[in-house]
Design a protein around this ligand. Structure first.
Ligand SMILES: Cc1cc2nc3c(=O)[nH]c(=O)nc-3n(C[C@H](O)[C@H](O)[C@H](O)COP(=O)(O)OP(=O)(O)OC[C@H]3O[C@@H](n4cnc5c(N)ncnc54)[C@H](O)[C@@H]3O)c2cc1C
Ligand code: FES
Length: 255
C-alpha cells in the first residue's frame, strides 16, 4: 500500500506561523468525556487540516478542525492538555497556529467513516459538501458516540456501529462501510480514527479497488515539517498528511 497526499494546501510551506490568541465563545458537551469549543476567530481551513492549540506554560497539541468559520474543535479529555482545554469557559483565551497539513480532496460520491473524535473533521466535510454523503460513525459503546445528530442535520445518511452493540450495528464500522459500498459503490472512502481502523479501511479499499483518503495521527511538536516527530511510513504527517491517499500503487516520492 502506498500513501500519498491528496490535497496539500500551501505545499511544503515551512514558514513558521506564530500563535494567535482567540477567545472561547461557546463550550458544548458532546458526551461524558468530549466537548466542542468554539473560538471567536475564523480561518480558511479545509476539512482534514489541523491547528496547533497552545496553552502557555502547559503544552501545544494538534487538533482537527471541526469547523473553520468560526473555529471549532471537538476534544476528548484523555490527558493533561485535553483536560485543561475542558476547563476553559466562555471568555477564556487560547492560542492557535494553522491551518496546517493536507485535507480531504474527496470528489464524487463518498462514504465517510469516523471512529471516536475522528468524526469531527468528517462533520466539517459533510457540511461543506454539496451532495450529502453516507457516513458511518463508530464507537465502543453508545455513550462514546459523537456528533450523530449534527451529521443528520447536515443532511448526511448516518449509520452507527458500536463494538458492544448498544447502538446501531454490533461490531466494527468497516463491516457497515463494506455493506454500504456493496449496496452502492462510492468513488472515495474517507476515514478518520484510530490507526487500526484506518488500516482496516485501507485494506477494504484495496479489496474493492476504490480510492481511500485517510487522516492519520502522530505525535506532533512543530506542526510545520521541522522536528521529524510525526514521521509515519516515510511521511511527515504534519505536512504530507494528516490526510493521505491509500492506493495499491508502489509508494510515490513525497519525502
Ligand atoms: C492531526 C491530529 C488531529 C487531532 N485531532 C484531535 C481532535 O480533533 N480531538 C481530540 O480530542 N484529539 C485530537 N488529536 C489528539 C490530540 O492532539 C492529543 O494527542 C490528545 O488531546 C491527548 O493529549 P493530552 O496531552 O491531553 O494527553 P496525552 O498525555 O497525550 O495522553 C494521555 C493518555 O491518554 C492516551 N490517549 C491519547 N489519546 C487517546 C484517545 N483518543 N483515547 C484514549 N486514550 C487516549 C495516551 O496514550 C496517554 O496514555 C489529534 C492529533 C493529531 C496528530
Ligand atoms: S510535527 Fe514536527 S515535523 Fe511534523
Amino acid at each position: 500500500m502506498a500513501l500519498t497526499a491528496p490535497h496539500q494546501v500551501g505545499g511544503h510551506d515551512c514558514t513558521p506561523r506564530m500563535p494567535r490568541v482567540a477567545r472561547v465563545v461557546d463550550v458544548r458537551t458532546e458526551n461524558y468525556r468530549t466537548s466542542t469549543i468554539t473560538l471567536d476567530v475564523s480561518t480558511d481551513a479545509i476539512p482534514g487540516q489541523f491547528a496547533m492549540l497552545w496553552l502557555p506554560g502547559l503544552d501545544e497539541k494538534p487538533f482537527s478542525f471541526m469547523g473553520a468559520d468560526p473555529l471549532r474543535f471537538t476534544i476528548a479529555a484523555v490527558g493533561p492538555f485535553s483536560r485543561a482545554v475542558h476547563q476553559l469557559v466562555v471568555g477564556d483565551r487560547i492560542w492557535w497556529r494553522g491551518p496546517f497539513g493536507t485535507g480531504f480532496e474527496a470528489g464524487g460520491d463518498l462514504i465517510l467513516a469516523g471512529g471516536g473524535y475522528g468524526v469531527a473533521p468528517l462533520l466539517f466535510l459533510a457540511r461543506v459538501r454539496r451532495s450529502a454523503p453516507r457516513v458511518v460513525v463508530g464507537a465502543r459503546t453508545s455513550d462514546d458516540l459523537l456528533l450523530v445528530d449534527d451529521l443528520r442535520a447536515a443532511g448526511a445518511d448516518v449509520h452507527v456501529a458500536t463494538e458492544d452493540g448498544s447502538a446501531g450495528s454490533r461490531g466494527l464500522l468497516t463491516r457497515v462501510v463494506e455493506r454500504l459500498f456493496d449496496e452502492a459503490p462510492a468513488d472515495v472512502l474517507c476515514a478518520c480514527g484510530p490507526h487500526g481502523m484506518l488500516d482496516a479501511v485501507a485494506a477494504l479499499a484495496a479489496r474493492k479497488g476504490v480510492r481511500a483518503e485517510l487522516a492519520w495521527e502522530a505525535y506532533m511538536r512543530c506542526g510545520i515539517g521541522i522536528c521529524g516527530s510525526c514521521e509515519h511510513k516515510g511521511a511527515l504527517l504534519c505536512v504530507d498528511g494528516p490526510v493521505l491517499s491509500a492506493t495499491m500503487e508502489p509508494q510515490s516520492a513525497f519525502i
